[in-house]
Design a binder for this molecule. Structure first.
Ligand SMILES: [Zn+2]
Length: 597
């Protein structure tokens, strides 16, 4: 048996590849979108212009990353595609927002999906990839966007179909805002929903094995993470943030305009439409736990559990915001009539801060274990990701995160206390030499370090890493074990899943460079497989700096998975019991409104 193999993310090639600008190309494309949804009032900043890097697009739009194909599943009809290069479209910065023109929905879904993709690209300093399931399905590894897919009160990222599919429903008699009773409500016109679905696709591309629901936090993490991305993307829109601050009673971030998710497209059950989710925003002393009903409880339905994660991160942002703007507020309090000016300054501060936290959240995914993630581990990933970039933490972002997670009852197993030092991921247990071929000076780049390396180079990096972690006596430092039988257990060969670069600009304008590699291994016991392995963050000189491991030999981890799966839906069990499990079926289950079997 081979000592290790390469995963499908490495054998299929990295995709999708964005357009590379040529001299003479336009720099940007500007398109109009709803900042929330058509139910939001114009005075609340309902419409904004989004700037995207220009790429040539055919009708659809058909770009390099996303292809909009507006097919209606029940009838097979296809709405005529928009041509973004038509002068009638370009002169007006895209079509004007409309609930009745399907071509506007095509424009908006393209614009929001692309801006979400670009946001990840900036935070990671590399090209995001889509999941192997998506790349298997399509030649260029692009995702198809279907704005008016079916009459259904939901939207989905469907990896098996390489698609983002959006449903629509008739609104009820007691709808909120300006939505007419009986009118259609399109999920594709909700900025939150489009950003949420796109975030699912990119998260799955970063970590396909995190989709395997091995504990109660997994589904909740996917939902919470996608909600956080959608909520923080909203802070890009100046008018929305300004209006939100004006509406809140003491210029904090707790206004409904900033904390309600998908307001028009809420729940239809009960009395009319309420927001789909809103943040459980609970101000209070940092050492005072939130009410029990709002705290972490693994028995909660997964959207509710995801909402706890969102609330904890949002509370940390709110706390840092208050701390960072204290002086500003004091000065404003001394000068009557300065509220407008204060709100302007607070708007700028809130937008910067939301952008910084969005960077931390996205980068933290690189610091997560490759499988079986828990909220506590995500906190450690957040703390480590931020510590690497900003070691001195002058505004105590990390302390705010730690305190907020504690207030919401999210625990971190395996650490003596919640000090920064205890929470930071550690290096290997023993001093290990640098990995041959993975130091910055040895890597061969294509175009630039953030671009996909060519196929041979990717394989060679993966093989260097695979040989390193599986060489004699090293397995145990990386959560692995040599393949073969051990009593009733059968260990497969470890699988190198990815070797990627991570670059970011520090606040001092230094370029920070790391390689992030993942190795997984599965072990079979009876009819079920269990996954372990580790994420290894490698410094510029090639040495493992952090090892974020989930031991594959650990019997307690297997027991915990069994206990969780006992009451889990059939689709979840499939992910552990069949070779050809469907990530699409699992994520459909994540999105269902009930957690019933
Ligand atoms: Zn979701």
């Amino acid at each position: 048996m081979d000592p290790f193999t390469l995963g499908s993310g490495l054998t299929h090639g990295a995709k999708p590849e964005p357009y590379r600008r040529l001299p003479g190309d336009p720099v940007r494309r500007v398109l109009r979108v709803y900042t929330q949804d058509p139910g939001t009032s114009r005075s609340d900043g309902a419409i904004a212009e989004v700037e995207l890097p220009w790429e040539p697009v055919g009708p659809g739009p058909t770009g390099r990353i996303f292809v909009v194909r507006d097919i209606h599943r029940p009838t097979g009809d296809v709405w005529a595609p928009i041509d973004l290069d038509d002068f009638r479209v370009t002169v007006g910065k895209g079509l004007p927002p409309s609930t009745t023109n399907p071509q506007f929905a095509q424009q908006m879904t393209y614009a929001v999906a692309m801006s979400t993709y670009e946001r990840f690209r900036t935070a990671l300093g590399r090209l995001p990839e889509f999941a192997p399931a998506v790349i298997r399905k399509t030649k260029g590894g692009r995702i198809e966007i279907r704005p008016h897919w079916d009459q259904e009160d939901n939207a989905y990222y469907e990896p098996d179909e390489a698609a983002l599919s959006f449903g629509y429903v008739k609104s009820s008699d007691r709808s909120e805002g300006s939505t007419q009773p009986g009118a259609y409500v399109f999920t594709c016109l909700s900025h939150d929903v489009v950003a949420h679905e796109t975030a699912h696709a990119i998260l799955d591309g970063m970590r396909p094995h995190l989709m395997r629901p091995s504990n109660p936090d997994v589904a909740a993490f996917h939902e919470g993470f996608a909600d956080l991305v959608a909520l923080l993307m909203r802070f890009r829109y100046r008018d929305v943030v300004r209006r939100g601050l004006e509406d809140s009673k003491d210029e904090t971030l707790d206004s409904a305009l900033l904390t309600d998710m998908a307001r028009q497209w809420g729940r239809t059950d009960g009395d009319g439409r309420a927001p789909l989710r809103h943040i459980l925003y609970r101000q209070g002393r940092p050492d005072e736990p939130v009410p029990k009903a709002d705290r972490y409880d693994k028995k909660k339905e997964h959207h509710e559990l995801g909402a706890v994660l969102v609330a904890a991160v949002f509370e940390a942002i709110g706390r840092v915001f208050r701390a960072k703007t204290r002086t500003l507020r004091k000065i404003a309090a001394q000068s009557p009539g300065s509220r407008d000016h204060l709100i302007d300054l607070l708007t700028a501060a809130a937008r910067d801060l939301a952008g910084q936290f969005l960077n931390i959240i996205i980068r933290a995914v690189d610091y997560c274990p490759p499988v079986d993630l828990t909220f506590g581990e995500f906190l450690r990933a957040l703390v480590t990701a931020d510590w690497v970039t900003v070691p001195d933490d002058p505004y105590q972002y990390r302390e705010a995160l730690v305190l907020a997670f504690r207030r919401y009852g999210i625990t971190v197993p395996g650490v003596p206390d919640l000090s920064e030092d205890a929470l930071l991921w550690k290096g290997p247990e023993v001093a290990l030499p640098p990995i041959q071929g993975l130091s910055f000076s040895e890597l061969r780049h294509r175009f630039e370090p953030g671009w996909f390396a060519d196929h041979g180079e990717r394989q060679s990096r993966a093989n260097s890493f695979g040989r390193y972690v599986t060489s004699e006596g090293r397995h145990k430092y990386f959560g692995l074990r040599p393949p073969g039988r051990s009593g009733e257990l059968l260990y497969d060969a470890p699988v190198v899943e990815s070797v990627r670069t991570l670059r970011r600009l520090t606040p001092d304008d230094d370029l920070d460079f790391h390689v992030v590699a993942e190795v997984t291994q599965r072990v079979r016991k009876g009819k079920r497989w269990y996954w372990g392995g580790s994420t290894v963050v490698i410094g510029a000189e090639g040495s493992p700096r952090f090892v974020i491991g989930k031991g594959v030999t650990n019997p307690e981890r297997r027991d915990a998975t069994d206990a969780f799966l006992q009451h889990a839906p059939r689709e979840y069990k499939h992910a552990f019991e069949t070779e050809e499990w469907s990530p699409g079926a699992v994520i459909r289950r994540f999105h269902s409104r009930s957690s019933k079997r």
